[in-house]
Design a protein around this ligand. Structure first.
Ligand SMILES: Cc1cc2nc3c(=O)[nH]c(=O)nc-3n(C[C@H](O)[C@H](O)[C@H](O)COP(=O)(O)OP(=O)(O)OC[C@H]3O[C@@H](n4cnc5c(N)ncnc54)[C@H](O)[C@@H]3O)c2cc1C
Length: 274
C-alpha cells in the first residue's frame, strides 16, 4: 500500500516546526528518522495532511555533557548513541534497537515521542530519571520522562509540540538485560537497574503500555536484600499484560530472570555484549 497524499515542509528551525504544526490543527506530523512513522503511513494507519521534516534543523544532532547528564539532541541517530562512550547504559540499550539500518536512521526524539511500550530508549529515560525538553508555540518546557509516557504509543505532548533534546542522568551503577525472541525484535521484557543520584531504580519495558518501575523491589535493593529476593519482588509487583507473545505468568518469569541478570551487572560491572 502507498501513503495517502500529504504536503511536505522541510523545517529550518524549531520555531518554524511548531508554527507549521499549530497551523495544521492536529493534522501535522513531525518526520524524523521515519522508521516508525513511514510504516504507519504506508499502512494508512495515519493520514497526516502535512509532514514537517526536522532532519535539517541545525543544533538538534549534538550530544553534550550537561552537569551530571548527557544531553542528546532530538535528531541524534541510535547508531551515534551506540558509538558514544560517555553514557555506557545508553550505548548498551541502543545496541538492542532493531537492526543496523534502523539504528542508522532512527532518532532519539522519534523513539521517545513514538513511545512504543517495548522500545529501549523510553525505558532508559525512566530508569535514569531523564528530562525531556519540549518546545511549543508558548515556549520551551522540561518534562520528567515518567510524566511523558501516558499509554502505548501515547505521550503527554501537545500536537504542536516538539521534543528538542533529552537529558539522561549518568548512573553511577547500572545493569541492562533484555529478552526478545529473535535478534533485532522488539523486547518482550527489558529490565534496567540503575543507581542515579544515590538512589536505586528498577524499571521494566515491554511488560505493559508504559515503562514500569518496581518501587518495592527498589526498596528491597536499598535494604541490601539478596538479588533473588529483589528479582522475585519485582516480578510479583509489576503488572504485565498478556498478548500473543506471552501470558502474564510468562512475562513475570522472564522479568524475574532479566532482573537477576541486570542485578548481576549492577553488582559487578563487566563487558556487555549482544
Ligand atoms: C523493523 C523495525 C524494527 C525496529 N525495532 C526496534 C527496536 O527493537 N527497538 C526500538 O526501540 N525501536 C525499534 N524500531 C523503531 C525505531 O527505533 C524508530 O527509529 C523509532 O521508534 C522512531 O524514531 P524515528 O526517528 O524513526 O521517528 P519517526 O518514525 O520519524 O517518528 C515517529 C513518531 O514520533 C514523532 N516524532 C518524531 N520526532 C519527534 C520529535 N522530535 N518531537 C515530537 N515528535 C516527534 C513523529 O511525528 C511520529 O509520530 C524498529 C523499527 C523498525 C522499522
Amino acid at each position: 500500500m502507498k501513503c495517502a497524499p500529504f504536503d511536505y515542509v522541510r523545517a529550518s528551525s524549531v520555531e518554524e516546526t511548531v508554527t507549521v504544526l499549530g497551523e495544521t490543527d492536529g493534522e501535522g506530523k513531525i518526520l524524523a528518522g521515519g522508521q516508525s512513522l513511514v510504516p504507519v503511513l504506508a499502512l494508512r494507519m495515519a493520514r497526516p495532511a502535512v509532514l514537517v521534516d526536522v532532519n535539517r534543523i541545525p543544533g538538534l544532532s549534538a550530544i553534550r555533557r550537561v552537569e551530571d547528564t548527557l544531553e542528546v539532541g532530538a535528531t541524534v541517530r541510535h547508531s551515534r548513541l551506540v558509538e558514544q562512550t560517555e553514557h555506557p547504559l545508553l550505548a548498551e540499550a541502543a545496541r538492542w534497537i532493531g537492526h543496523t539500518a534502523i539504528r542508522s536512521r532512527g532518532t532519539t526524539g522519534g523513539s521517545i515521542a513514538h513511545a512504543d511500550p517495548s522500545a529501549e530508549l523510553p525505558v532508559v529515560a525512566v530508569a535514569t530519571g531523564a528530562t525531556v525538553t519540549v518546545t511549543g508555540p508558548r515556549g520551551a518546557r522540561a518534562v520528567d520522562a515518567e510524566d511523558l509516557f501516558v499509554g502505548a504509543l501515547t505521550t503527554s505532548l501537545d500536537e504542536d509540540e516538539m521534543i528538542t533534546a533529552v537529558r539522561f542522568p549518568l548512573p553511577s551503577r547500572w545493569g541492562f538485560a533484555e529478552f526478545a525472541r529473535r535478534h533485532g525484535d522488539f523486547a518482550l521484557v527489558t529490565a534496567v537497574v540503575t543507581e542515579v543520584r544515590g538512589r536505586p531504580r528498577i524499571t521494566f519495558g515491554g511488560v505493559s503500555s508504559v515503562p514500569q518501575r518496581a518501587t518495592d523491589a527498589e526498596q528491597a535493593l536499598s535494604d541490601g536484600r539478596p538479588a533473588a529476593e529483589v528479582a522475585r519482588t519485582a516480578a510479583e509487583e509489576i503488572e504485565p499484560t498478556a498478548d500473543l507473545h506471552g501470558s502474564v505468568e510468562f512475562r513475570r518469569a522472564i522479568a524475574a530472570e532479566m532482573t537477576r541478570r541486570a542485578l548481576a551487572q549492577f553488582d559487578s560491572p563487566r563487558e556487555h555484549s549482544r
